[in-house]
Design a protein around this ligand. Structure first.
Ligand code: HEC
Length: 144
């Protein structure tokens, strides 16, 4: 009995010590954080997206913002890999390199989606943006 009381007391004391130590750590961390001069802009994510999306044309910007995550050129991109499998190398897997895309095809897939690709509402990609995007992705088709 006695030794179990002693054990409990020791355990409680150690727990208290550990808790205090943790609180000190947290306070120390908080102090370090608040003393740095990091001052993020109001919307860091939006700023990063805008920076990434910068394109040479409005259409390229719409592409970078909405499509590149799946359709950029490379093996990391789900859309590009799906199209590589679909066409088995007979045409380029990356949309920006295709020479057979017409504005109508782009409009259809963007509004309706396919497989894991979502359809985009007008609140996400406006008609004007879709026109720019369709022009951008069909430019190789139109000049060839
Ligand atoms: C979440 C990933 C994802 C996003 C984002 C995405 N797509 Fe797709 N897209 C796919 C996949 C996957 C396929 C292929 C589906 C299949 O297996 O047929 C595809 C297919 C397409 C096709 C059909 C091509 C063909 O020859 O069959 C077009 C056109 C297309 N996407 C355009 C776009 C455009 C333009 C955007 C941006 C507005 C976009 N996609 C955004 C995943 C995506």
């Amino acid at each position: 009995m006695r030794s179990s009381h002693l054990f409990t007391a020791t355990f409680l004391a150690l727990t208290a010590l550990a808790t205090t130590a943790c609180q000190n750590d947290v306070q120390a961390n908080a102090a370090t954080t608040s003393s740095t001069s990091y001052s993020p802009s109001k919307k860091p994510v939006e700023a990063a997206v805008a920076q990434f999306a910068k394109g040479k044309t409005p259409g390229q910007e719409v592409f970078n913002r909405n499509c590149a995550a799946c359709h950029a050129d490379g093996v990391k991109f789900a859309g590009t890999m799906a199209l590589a499998a679909k066409y088995d190398g007979s045409i380029p897997a990356a949309l920006e390199q295709r020479k057979d895309l017409t504005p109508e095809i782009i409009r259809y897939f963007v509004r309706n989606g396919v497989s894991i690709m979502p359809g985009y509402r007008k609140s996400q990609i406006t008609d004007k943006e879709l026109d720019e995007l369709a022009t951008y992705l069909s430019q190789k088709t139109l000049i060839n």
